[in-house]
Design a protein around this ligand. Structure first.
Ligand SMILES: [Fe+2]
Length: 337
């Protein structure tokens, strides 16, 4: 396995790059915007194809690199379901799996630092975002944080993991790189409490200044999704336009989402599933068939489908469209009717 811990010295953020093999698919957790060139260079050097990028939560101290990576590498952006709907192209629920070639992570909803904070468990490692830091825990005094929620996320979720599990946090301010569950349980001063009240007492009296970048970073990070105006530029169609087209002969409606998402939300009748990471193979085969059908893509919120249209153009498929706003928008309009 390839595992790289990368550091941004301005925000003291750790970013993780993971892949199962050289030349295969890769995943990045908590990228920093200013480091994008560095990530892309490293991906190139290791001959990796970035397919997913995760933010553990909406960050307040740096601007996330997820949107820039999405636009430059055509990867899926991912957060937990409590994150604002239009920030990323894919949401996961508590206990759902995040998969790339040869790697599987389990999403753990660990609110407290923020109400959208997730940790991601990968075998003997857990990426804890700002929920559990080395000898510390993430502050709980803004972004709908809650010391009580964090207590439960720590004591009822993370500390229940095997004690040899490695902890990979999103930040460290003292130069520590990695720890374990057992080590933190013993030596983390914030975890030496006997009740949620005692923990809240500590957290609610930290009296910290707001992060320097907070006023810029939080609103910017909440707007990293692709706007409907921008989605429209990639042959985007409204729900009613899509409905007209997909009933015609020779039109193939393609659902780009993954099994979990389809199970959770259902799909549009008559569509076939080609999950986004399988699209290059699908297009490659279709090009050999010389099939001339019209392709209409949809996904959850319209981002993967907009990227699919761009990918198609590089395969010389020109008769392609996609549904602006994805199945979310489709189902929203069905309800209105
Ligand atoms: Fe944070």
């Amino acid at each position: 396995m390839l595992f790289r811990q990368l550091f941004d010295s301005i925000s003291s953020t750790y970013t993780y790059l993971i892949a199962s093999r050289k030349g295969g698919e890769a995943l990045i957790i908590d990228p920093v915007l200013e480091k994008t060139d560095h990530y892309i260079k490293l991906l190139d050097q290791l001959e990796l194809r970035l397919v997913k990028v995760i933010d553990t939560h909406i960050h307040a101290d740096h601007i996330s690199g997820i949107a820039e990576l999405r636009d430059r590498t055509k990867c899926v952006t991912l957060m937990g379901e409590q994150a604002p709907a239009d920030v990323v192209s894919m949401h996961v629920k508590d206990n759902e799996k995040v998969k790339i070639e040869g790697i599987e992570l389990t999403a753990l909803y660990t609110p407290g630092h923020t109400d959208d904070s997730y940790s991601f468990l990968m075998n003997e490692r857990v990426f804890t975002g700002d929920t559990l830091l080395i000898r510390g825990t993430g502050r709980t005094d803004f972004q709908n944080g809650s010391a009580y929620d964090q207590y439960h996320s720590l004591f009822d979720r993370l500390l229940k993991l095997p004690e040899e599990t490695f902890i990979h946090p999103a930040h460290d301010y003292k130069g520590d790189l990695v720890s374990t569950i057992g080590e933190e349980r013993k030596f983390n001063p914030r975890l030496q409490v006997t009740s949620a009240e005692e923990y809240a007492q500590i957290m609610n009296n930290l009296n910290l200044d707001n992060p320097k970048m907070m006023d810029v970073a939080v609103p910017t990070n909440k707007k990293l999704g692709m706007s409907f105006d921008r989605q429209k530029k990639f042959n985007g169609l409204s729900v009613s336009e899509t409905k007209k087209i997909i009933n015609k002969k020779d039109c193939c409606l393609i659902d780009l989402r993954e099994d979990n998402e389809i199970k959770r939300q259902g799909s549009i009748a008559g569509s076939v599933q080609v999950s986004f990471n399988k699209l290059p193979d699908y297009l490659h085969k279709k090009r050999q068939d010389q099939t001339q059908s019209k392709l209409v893509f949809y996904c959850a919120v319209g981002e993967r489908s907009a990227l699919a249209v761009q990918l198609c153009q590089s395969y010389n498929f020109m008769n392609v469209n996609h549904l602006i706003g994805g199945i979310n928008k489709w189902q929203e309009e069905e309800k209105v009717v």
